[in-house]
Design a binder for this molecule. Structure first.
Ligand code: ATP
Length: 299
């Protein structure tokens, strides 16, 4: 459905996308995951035909130029602009008419989509008066007016509260079950977990691409989760054999080659400093652990 072959995009001397190759099959929820500035938006702009690559070749829905398959492609850009002074229903209808749909088609499709996105009760509300989460849902709804085969979303949940994010993902799943392939970029690792496959992007490059389970399985280290009220953990463990120490919410993830040996070392160092340990246990690596390790390998 999507093939990127050694795609490069540079802005002058700035190499935004560096030899990216991707292969996305029909039916996937494919996640492009990476921090701000990694190059995700640039990839998506090439995928949707807004930007042309500097070099390399791509195919989207069998076409070498995504412009040719625009009618089968839905796109929600990072900064989706709604008409604040129009209602929810009016916003949707405007988009329908942009796609050249006739009045009857627009009316029935708009109602179906607003019902799908749970926005029907708010159809007469001005877009300006929607909450952040509802605005995102309206953006999602708008991109569905023409029943896309491939749905491309650029960081659709950035700045949205966790409950709305979950609901948004439930809708993506529902859409996917109905046969739409989803390509979504996100900076959030919990969202990466929800994808069928994930490409990790860092500094313009894809540093790994696999299912969330496959990515975790390939992780070469052990992770210990440490809960402690101590504040200077990094300093206290600076001379240990730990490979990395990363704050993780109100805990720490300690990366080690040998979990048992590292646990003994950590207990000894914190005990010696009089720092209490609330818990210290080996846990399976999270995708964030995997990404941090991959990013430091290529940095
Ligand atoms: N029009 C442009 N001109 C020059 N440099 C650009 C342009 N657009 C993007 N860049 C640069 O290309 C790199 C990748 O940017 P891109 O927006 O694709 O990243 P991103 O992963 O989507 O991050 P963000 O979430 O911040 O948008 C960055 O270094 C950015 O500054």
């Amino acid at each position: 459905m999507i093939v990127f072959d050694s795609i490069v995009k540079s802005y002058g001397a700035n190499l935004a996308v560096d030899k990216v190759s991707l292969n996305v099959a029909a039916g996937e929820i494919f996640g492009l995951v990476g921090p701000d500035g990694a190059g995700k938006t640039t990839v998506i702009r090439m995928l949707t035909g807004i930007l042309a690559p500097t070099s390399g070749s791509l195919r989207v829905l069998e076409a070498a130029n995504p412009e040719e398959v625009k009618d089968k492609l839905g796109y929600v850009p990072q900064r989706f602009s709604l008409y604040g002074d129009l209602t929810v229903m009016e916003n949707i209808r405007v988009l329908g008419s942009l796609y050249g749909q006739d009045e009857g088609e627009i009316a029935s499709r708009a109602t179906a989509i607003l019902s799908f996105t749970n926005l029907l009760p708010f159809k007469d509300r001005l877009a300006d008066n929607l909450s952040g989460g509802m605005k995102q849902k309206l953006a999602l709804a708008a991109g569905l007016m023409h029943r896309p085969l491939l749905y491309v979303l650029d960081e659709p949940t950035t700045g949205v509260d966790p409950v709305s994010r979950r609901e948004f993902w439930r809708m993506l799943y529902k859409l996917n079950k109905e046969g739409t392939t989803v390509f979504v970029s996100t900076p959030y690792m919990d969202e990466a977990e929800l994808c069928t496959r994930v490409a990790f992007m860092y500094n313009g490059r894809i540093v790994a691409c696999d299912s969330p389970r496959g990515l975790r399985r390939a992780y070469p280290h052990k992770v210990l989760e440490l809960a402690t009220p101590g504040k200077n953990v990094k300093q206290l463990l600076a001379d240990s054999s730990l490979l990395d120490i990363n704050p993780f919410g109100d805990k720490y993830h300690l990366v080690a080659a040998d979990a048992d040996a590292a646990a003994a070392e950590v207990r000894a160092a914190l005990n010696a400093a009089g720092v209490p340990i609330i818990s210290l246990t080996e846990i399976p690596p999270t995708l964030e652990d995997v990404f941090v390790a991959l990013a430091s390998e290529v940095a």
